[in-house]
Write a protein that binds this ligand. Structure first.
Ligand SMILES: [Zn+2]
Length: 145
């Protein structure tokens, strides 16, 4: 798969996810995609894709007045919403795969630390905590037991 295919897939996925938030007309989709991923969607990609989604029963369009003239507003159907949910899941598992190696676990509360954290040597062992307060709480508990 070329990197262009992946990008296209990302744009297609973004379009479906946007529609899962609210119904949008074509121009609204283009604007939102550009705002969020910083890249414009080519109308020659968008409209055929919307027609394809509609043909597959994933999206339905209705004419609604936007400004002075009616425009097609697109919204997901029930199967379209299911597709959006599965895209969300796929992205979530990709994201967790990408960030997992960078996660540390707070030695006191067990929460996951994505960035930073607080390190302190306790009895010659370096421990990582989510914050200085957790480190303090851990030391308090140790001195009580
Ligand atoms: Zn903690």
């Amino acid at each position: 798969m070329s990197s262009e295919d992946v990008a296209l897939d990302m744009i297609r996925s973004s379009i479906i996810l946007l529609l899962s938030e609210k119904p949008l007309h074509g121009y609204g989709i283009m604007k939102e995609v550009e705002d969020r991923i910083g890249r414009p969607v080519n109308p020659s990609l968008l409209y055929p894709f919307l027609r394809q989604l509609e043909k597959n029963g994933l999206v339905k369009s209705t004419k609604k007045p936007v400004g002075h003239k009616p425009k097609n507003v697109y919204e997901l159907t029930a199967p379209g919403k299911e597709l959006a949910a599965s895209i969300y899941k796929r992205i979530a598992s990709m994201v967790s795969l990408a960030i997992k190696p960078n996660l540390s676990i707070c030695f006191h509360c067990g929460c996951k630390i994505y960035e930073g954290g607080y390190r302190e040597s306790i009895r010659d062992k370096e421990r990582i905590f989510c914050c200085i307060h957790c480190a303090q709480a851990y030391k308090n508990e140790q001195s009580q037991s």
